[in-house]
Write a protein that binds this ligand. Structure first.
Ligand code: PEP
Ligand code: MN
Length: 340
């Protein structure tokens, strides 16, 4: 249910209604909009209390939330959410550009990439220190040493660091170094991990599972929001289909569909979404044209020798060209790639 407060409802009336919702055994999520405040009342049996809440002072109406996800839905919060983390701003007219290597491999590789993507106009640095690999024999990441390299790259370039956390037990360690926690596609339905990233305050980049529906993605986001972290970015990174000309099938219709249903920003990953260097730039541009609030792109100083995902990584030069193309497309659709 959503308790919609009247325009001009007082702070005391809002607080009273939050307390009322909690007294009824429901969880209250107040959302303070520019126009008015709404309180999402979440929990089982929520509809039983509708009439009792409707009589509260300052209440305009009490309406059921139709979507299976609640706090993530636009019904609850009509204004788009803008997420800021250091240099990164994602949402509304801000398009964030997160770029960097798939994996942190060495100080030299990460530093040189950070400098190159920053010079080209990226607004955040990506890089995996904990890697979820399909094979246990593949490079698993430099772990805490990799996090230290990312933090050093942030110190030098000012770029916010986006890096993956693969386990609940690593959340506090990764959060000490990162500006944004990435939850990878393989972990989209790891509910204990989602709760753990929801119980801390860094923004989360939540990637769509390769076999997950959009409702499942939104319900995964709901776990993070429901735990108390309002800063979630959704990421379309391609799904598994019968098609084999690309690594995954990058569904760009996801972007306008999500914008219709959720206030959360939508980021697109054209690197994993295609799996081919030569397709990254056109799909990056297409994603911005479709309304994406951000991109996450893999860049490597020497893709041929990369320890992971070299076949979909851009060289510095290719990234610079991609940035220029994306800047032109962003401008054409009335948006801007810029740092916070
Ligand atoms: C990555 O970003 O390097 C990654 C592992 O992505 P995904 O979780 O989308 O496969
Ligand atoms: Mn990768």
């Amino acid at each position: 249910m959503i308790v919609v407060m009247r325009r001009g409802a007082t702070k005391e009336q809002i607080e009273h209604m939050i307390n009322r919702v909690e007294q009824l055994g429901l969880k209250a999520h107040p959302i303070y909009g520019t126009e008015r405040t709404v309180i999402a009342a979440i929990g089982e049996k929520r509809d039983d209390f509708r009439h009792s809440l409707e009589s509260g002072a300052g209440v305009s109406e009490v309406v059921p939330i139709l979507a299976p996800y609640k706090v993530a839905s636009r019904e609850v919060k009509p204004e788009s959410t803008v997420i800021r983390a250091g240099s990164l701003a994602v949402g509304n007219s801000n398009v964030g550009m997160i770029a960097g290597p798939c994996s942190v491999e060495s100080e030299e590789q990460t530093m040189s990439t950070a400098r190159a993507v920053k010079a080209a106009g990226a607004t955040a640095l990506r890089g995996g220190a904990f890697k979820p690999r399909s094979s246990p024999y593949s490079f698993q990441g430099l772990k805490e040493d990799g996090l230290k390299i990312l933090a050093a790259a942030r110190d030098e370039t000012g770029l916010a660091v986006v890096t993956e956390v693969v386990a609940e037990s690593d959340v506090s360690l990764v959060a000490r170094y990162a500006d944004v926690l990435q939850v990878g596609a393989r972990n989209m339905q790891n509910y204990r991990l989602l709760e753990a990233v929801g119980n801390q305050q860094l923004p989360v980049l939540l990637k769509r599972g390769p076999a997950a529906s959009i409702d499942e993605l939104l319900l995964a986001a709901e776990y993070i929001l429901n735990a108390g972290n309002p800063n979630v970015m959704l990421c379309e990174r391609g799904i598994r289909t019968f098609e084999s000309h690309t690594r995954f099938t990058l569904s760009l219709a996801t972007v306008p569909y999500l914008h219709d249903r959720t206030h959360l920003p939508v980021v697109v990953d054209p690197s994993h979404g295609t799996g081919h260097t030569n397709m990254v730039s056109p799909m990056a541009a297409a994603a911005i044209a479709a309304g994406a609030d951000g991109l996450i792109v893999e860049v490597h100083p020497d893709p041929e020798t990369a320890l992971s995902d070299g076949y979909q990584s851009l060289t510095f030069e290719q990234f610079e060209e991609t940035m220029q193309l994306c800047q032109r497309v962003a401008e054409a659709v009335g948006r801007k790639i810029c740092s916070a």
